[in-house]
Design a protein around this ligand. Structure first.
Ligand SMILES: N[C@@H](CCC(=O)N[C@@H](CS)C(=O)NCC(=O)O)C(=O)O
Length: 231
């Protein structure tokens, strides 16, 4: 977190990278009805974020928000910050769902996304390997993925399916509306629906469809632009 630019309109600025986790933040702000502005950044041909994002986050990743004198990165931190500061009591879990909210809020970036990113990098390495040795690299990467990544992704998928079955079509924390856990989990679930759709249970698929149909989610998509992880 750094102190830099102040938005003169007093609105939050969302530094949004196309096709990225910052879609989570747009969904949350749209659900809460918080005024914001969006500053768009386009991925480079190498799929990394452009250099100018480093002006607001030295690591160079999105999402980042600027709120007054505060620049804040890390989607989990941003989501908690927005809910605490602008939620007016909304997006909070009921007491019975607090531990579930906490667990999934952290599991999303702490456990699921590292697995997903590793699988994604393996796919890119294979695609970009010279054709002569590609079959060998492809074979090695698929062995690695089958041994190291997929067994864990499969268990995570079973655990979220179990939770979504317990809440019977509700939100992860079993409240009236999405909480931090939902805003965080949507992205790994969207990634898994492309990377390993066969791991996702029926309630998880229903959950994804339900989120994607929400008007606030759709508004976030329109504002964010092309996003390959949702219909
Ligand atoms: N744990 C961070 C991860 C941030 C991250 O890796 N963002 C990706 C977009 S999904 C990014 O900016 N990638 C571009 C790059 O690495 O250059 C968060 O949740 O905000």
């Amino acid at each position: 977190m750094t102190d830099t630019a102040v938005n003169e309109n007093g609105k939050i600025i969302v530094h949004h990278l196309n096709n990225s986790r910052s879609q989570r933040i747009l969904w949350l702000l749209e659900e809460l009805g918080v005024a914001y502005e969006i500053k768009k950044y386009q991925r480079t041909p190498g799929l990394t974020a452009p250099e100018e994002l480093k002006a607001v986050n030295p690591i160079g990743t999105a999402p980042v928000i600027t709120d007054g004198s505060v620049n804040l990165a890390e989607s989990g931190a941003i989501i908690e910050y927005i809910i605490r500061k602008y939620g007016n009591g909304r997006a909070r879990p009921p007491a019975s769902g607090e531990v579930h909210d906490l667990y999934w809020l952290h599991a999303a970036e702490g456990s699921l996304m590292p697995l997903g990113v590793n699988a994604y990098i393996m796919r890119i390495i294979t695609e970009r390997t010279p054709w002569l040795i590609r079959p060998l690299v492809s074979f090695l990467m698929s062995k690695l993925r089958a041994r190291v990544i997929d067994p864990r992704l499969r268990v995570h998928a079973q655990l979220i399916e179990q939770r979504l079955t317990e809440v019977d079509g509700g939100w992860i924390a079993d409240g009236e509306e999405p909480t931090a856990a939902d805003y965080m989990m949507i992205f790994p679930l969207e990634c898994m629906s492309q990377l390993c759709p066969e791991f996702l249970g029926i309630n998880t698929e229903r959950y994804l469809r339900r989120v994607h149909e929400r008007p606030a989610y759709r508004r976030g998509l329109e504002i964010g632009g092309k996003y390959d992880y949702a219909p």
